[in-house]
Structure formats: C-alpha cells, structure tokens
Ligand binder design. Structure first.
Ligand code: PLP
Length: 385
C-alpha cells in the first residue's frame, strides 16, 4: 500500500510544472538581474514577469511585491520593519494574538524588547479573536497589528477583512500571515484593506526557501537587511530569479484550482472527522465551533500519547504531526492549544492531520479506520464499530 502523507500544512511537494519553469534559471539563464548585459537583462525580464504574476494573484501592483526567502522572513519584515517605522511616528504599541506562528510571535517579542507596548488579543476556546475585543484593543496608539488568517495548527479562519477595516480606520498598519491561507480563502488586496500580507512557496507547490510579502504602497517600512537597492531597498540582496519564477508558477496553478480543491478537501476533511468521532466518541476536534480551513484537523484522543500514536501511524505508512510539535521539530506544549485553554491531557494527545494535493478518498478511508484502531489499542479499549 502506498504511504499516506497527511502533513501538507508542514510542506507540500514541488509541482512538476514549477520545477520545469524554474530549471532554465538554474542552468543557461543564470544571469544576475542587476547586470546590464544580455544575461542580466534576460534575468531581469524573468524576475519582473514573476513579480507581476505574483502581484496579479493577490490583486496587487508589481511594485507592492517583495520576494523573500520564506514566510518567516516576510512575517519578520512586516512586523519589525513596519513597527520600527511606526515607532518613529510615536505609535509604539504592537498588537497580535497568542496563536500566531513563531515567525510573528518571535518578531513581536523582539519589538517588545525594543520598547513596543505589548497588546495581546485574547482568543476564544475555539481559537477565534472576537471582533468586539479586537476593536477595543486596536486603537490609535497601535503602530502595527498582526493577525494570521488561517492558523497552522488548528485551521481556524480569522475575520481578517473586518479586522483590517477597523485597523485602517485607526491608522494602524495591519499585517496578516497568509502562509496557510493562500489558495484556501479568496485574497484580493484591492478590496481587502490590509497593508501587509505574507505568503510562502513551499505550502503551495513551490520549493522551500521562497516567499513574498505584499507591501501596500505608502506603508511605512524599514528594511531588515542593508546592502544594495534591490526590491526598492526593502530587501537588498541579489534576487533568486529561479525561485521567484517557481513561486509565480505555483501561485497561479494554486489559484486556478482553488475552488475545486477547497471543495474536495472540505469533503474529505469532514468525512475523516466524522469517522474519527464515530469510532472515538470522546475525541475532541479543536476549533470545531469556528470557521475552519479545508485542510487542517487537530484532534485530541484522550488517554493516548500523541507521540506514540504518531510513531504507530508512521510504522504503518501514515505521516502526520503532533499538535504539540514546535516549529523546530522539538516536542513541547503547543502554545496554540494552550492559548485555547486546552487541558494538559488533551494537549499531550493532540494530532494534526493536514490534507492536500496528495490526499485521496482511499487515504481518508484507510486513516479513518487505522487511527481509531491504534487509539483503542493504545488505551486497551474495544473499538466502536
Ligand atoms: N506562518 C505560518 C502560518 C506557517 O504555517 C508557517 C510555516 O509553517 C510560517 C509562517 C513560516 O513559513 P516558512 O516555513 O516559509 O518560513
């Protein structure tokens, strides 16, 4: 039986079309886009086209796209770069949520250590930031507010358009980490009043090591790196043409398939959740009361140890991840589940199953039987048929 990959929120395979689009720029078309000779001009054209294609996928202008090395860099540039610029205007507060990816949380910690006023937006037990609380906390003393669109551990979708509209009314620079959201929700910055929005290539079929940050024209921003004038000085360094082309290709393909793929994944996710709950009635699906992404299930199986379950699944060819695995791959309490008020026992038994391009109906059928069977075995209880 073929192995089953249920870890698409961690990363996705590079698409064949993406690889083929990139290869010429790793070979004969190797020029530096800043060179004025023919090799350089050829690379410049490819880079400009890639920028325009990524911009089109977001509804942005090409000069509003900064290519980055990953989602983490985009989040850091957004949070720290914008906050340092806002600080100079006297807006010292930085608001975010406790369930952000570490790429945002650690950047916020850095800003707080540089003198930012700390404003943490509370989340409900389903992981949702209530808009009423948001409007009370995000006022005109806030320089930057960062809220992720889709949470990478539990899949909860935040009301980003409403938040961004309120932030704009207060003159607050609003950033959203859309690393898990691109291709899962509609994103069009012509109607979405965000200032900053980060995406990452390896979640959508491009290689690891490339991303983009949308920076709305006029957004105050200090660079994180110093050097040449590439990317209008916002991100100096010789541009990675091949990876920019790969990102543009992956983004276009993802958008072309978005509606069909989201419907397919939602059906599969719901089927898997229902089967797990039918066979393990005490299992808890986190974030269930909120709107959730099509591709992420975070389930606690009380009485089981998540790491042991993951190992047992792995031995049977199923790759998933632990709700408590931190981004470095080390195991620790999940800061996301902890912010939701999840108990220690539920936290230590939390698994994340994330669906994507490799997931088939047959995979879901197999995991729907295997996971409850392994859980019952671990607990020494009889399976519910
Ligand atoms: N933000 C979210 C929501 C993520 O899921 C991830 C990666 O898992 C990142 C940021 C970081 O992206 P990258 O791995 O490209 O640095």
């Amino acid at each position: 039986m073929d192995p089953i990959y249920l870890d698409h929120a961690a990363t996705t395979p590079v698409r064949q079309e993406v690889l083929e689009a990139m290869l010429p720029f790793l070979g004969a078309r190797f020029g530096n886009p800043s060179s004025s000779h023919r090799w350089g001009r050829e690379a410049r054209v490819a880079l400009d086209e890639a920028r325009e294609r990524v911009a089109n996928c977001l509804g942005a202008h090409p000069d509003e796209i900064v290519f980055t090395s990953c989602g983490t860099e985009g989040d850091n540039l957004a949070v720290l770069g914008a906050w340092r610029a806002q600080r100079e205007q006297g807006r010292r507060a930085l608001a975010t949520t406790p369930i952000e990816h570490k790429a945002v949380l650690a950047a916020a910690e850095q800003a707080w250590s540089e003198g930012a006023e700390r404003r943490m937006l509370p989340v409900s037990c389903d992981g949702l930031v209530e808009i009423d609380e948001f409007t009370g906390i995000v006022d005109d003393a806030v320089g930057v507010c960062s809220v992720m669109w889709i949470n990478n551990e539990i899949g909860v979708v935040q009301p980003v358009p409403e938040m961004a509209a309120h932030a704009r009314s207060q003159g607050v620079v609003f950033h959203t980490d859309a690393v898990q959201a691109f291709g899962k929700v509609e994103i069009d910055v012509r109607s979405l009043p965000v200032h900053l929005l980060a995406i990452s290539g390896h979640k959508i079929g491009a290689p690891k090591g490339v991303g983009a940050l949308f920076v709305r024209r006029g957004t105050p921003m200090q660079p994180l790196f110093y050097g040449g004038s590439q990317d209008r000085g916002r991100r100096p360094g010789t541009e990675n043409v091949a990876f920019a082309v790969g990102l543009a290709t992956a983004a276009e393909l993802t958008l072309a398939e978005r509606e069909r793929e989201c419907a397919r994944l939602t059906t599969l996710r719901e089927r898997l959740e229902e089967a797990i709950l039918a066979r393990l009635p005490d299992a808890v699906i986190h974030g269930r009361g909120a709107r959730r992404a099509p591709h992420i299930i975070n389930v606690s199986v009380p009485g089981c140890d998540a790491e042991s379950l993951l190992m047992a699944l792995d031995l049977r060819g199923v790759a998933a991840s632990s709700g408590s695995a931190c981004q470095s791959g080390a195991v620790g309490a999940s800061h996301v589940l902890s912010a939701l008020g999840v108990s220690g026992e539920e936290m230590s038994s939390a698994l994340r199953l994330s669906l994507g391009c490799l997931t088939t109906e047959e995979h879901v059928t197999r995991v729907a039987e295997l996971l409850p069977a392994l859980a019952h075995k671990a607990r020494g209880t009889a399976a519910v048929s």
